[in-house]
Design a protein around this ligand. Structure first.
Ligand SMILES: Nc1ncnc2c1ncn2[C@@H]1O[C@H](COP(=O)(O)OP(=O)(O)OP(=O)(O)O)[C@@H](O)[C@H]1O
Length: 267
């Protein structure tokens, strides 16, 4: 069985208002259990919109989204979102943040701290358990968010440009770290980025969306062995293929943006 199925999914923001925007247009794809799927596309093409519908934070305007065969009717602990900015609660220690989902489920303090400690160790943050989020670096905060999702026993990690705010070195370390965690934990990952190298480095398969409205342009399987060498000719071949696929879409997105800005500034 597929873990996630999107069938002819569309999303219109501001339906029947002057601000109506068709963000996603009849997109269909599925995600296998344990697959690492990356969604890529030009700015504003609807990547975050699609992810928030899979998370159950927004309903589609048309079409169906299923998780393990069941229609997604709202958020669920089985699907955890990880955003560009850490969503840790600033007034709670790291361990309380990681254990927070279990607290909501009524798990007692000792049991939830034991489980949270296990996942903090997995992400290399055991010695930071009693610090507060502002005492952690950006990369460490994102690792704590991943630990929180794993601690909750989530099936599917939905990641919306989670490393975009990090410097290049930390971003690379976090990509390697995420692959290790994904391989060890056997989770399904749906990861949004507009960074071609990040997509090729991480993905089993990449879905490319067109400029808005986001439609499915291509689905590309990345059949390179891991760990992937960004300097290899094989990586370069994939990079060129993606640049080729995306070039016209990026130009289209940019032209449309310019047009919108021109209309906005017209008196
Ligand atoms: N909550 C919202 N209300 C109204 N319109 C929205 C909302 N969220 C997104 N949109 C619009 O939907 C379109 C797609 O936006 P979305 O953020 O999904 O794109 P994206 O591909 O994730 O962009 P980026 O790569 O720049 O983050 C845009 O035109 C955006 O203005």
């Amino acid at each position: 069985m597929h873990t996630i199925i999107c069938q002819n999914v569309s999303k219109v923001w501001g339906l029947d208002t002057p601000e109506e925007v068709l963000a996603i247009d009849r997109v269909s794809f599925s995600v296998e259990p344990g697959e690492f799927l990356v969604i890529i596309g030009p700015s504003g093409c609807g990547k975050s919109t699609l992810l928030s519908m899979i998370a159950g934070l927004e309903p589609p305007t048309a079409g169906k989204i299923l998780h393990d065969g069941e229609p997604i009717a709202g958020p669920s602990p089985q699907r955890s979102m990880i955003f560009q900015q850490s969503s840790l609660l600033p007034w709670m220690s790291v361990i309380d943040n990681v254990a927070f989902g279990l607290e909501l489920k009524g798990v007692n303090r000792k049991a939830r701290h034991q489980r949270a400690e296990h996942f903090l160790k997995e992400v290399g943050l055991r010695s930071f358990a009693h610090r507060y989020p502002h005492q952690l670096s950006g990369g460490m905060q994102q690792r704590a968010c991943i630990a929180r999702a794993l601690c909750l026993g989530t099936d599917v990690l939905l990641m919306d440009e989670p490393f975009a705010a990090l410097d290049v070195q930390t971003r690379y370390q976090m990509q390697k770290f995420l692959l290790d965690i994904w391989q060890a934990a056997g989770k399904t990952v749906v990861f949004v980025t507009h960074h071609i190298d990040e997509a090729i480095f991480l993905a089993d398969r990449v879905i490319i969306l067109t400029a808005r409205p986001g439609r499915l342009l291509e689905s590309v399987t990345i059949d390179m062995a891991r760990p992937r060498d960004v300097m290899s000719s094989e990586f370069e071949r994939h990079r060129n293929l993606f640049v080729e696929h995306m070039r016209s879409e990026v130009v289209r997105a940019f032209e449309e943006q310019e047009l919108v800005e021109m209309m906005d500034t017209r008196v």
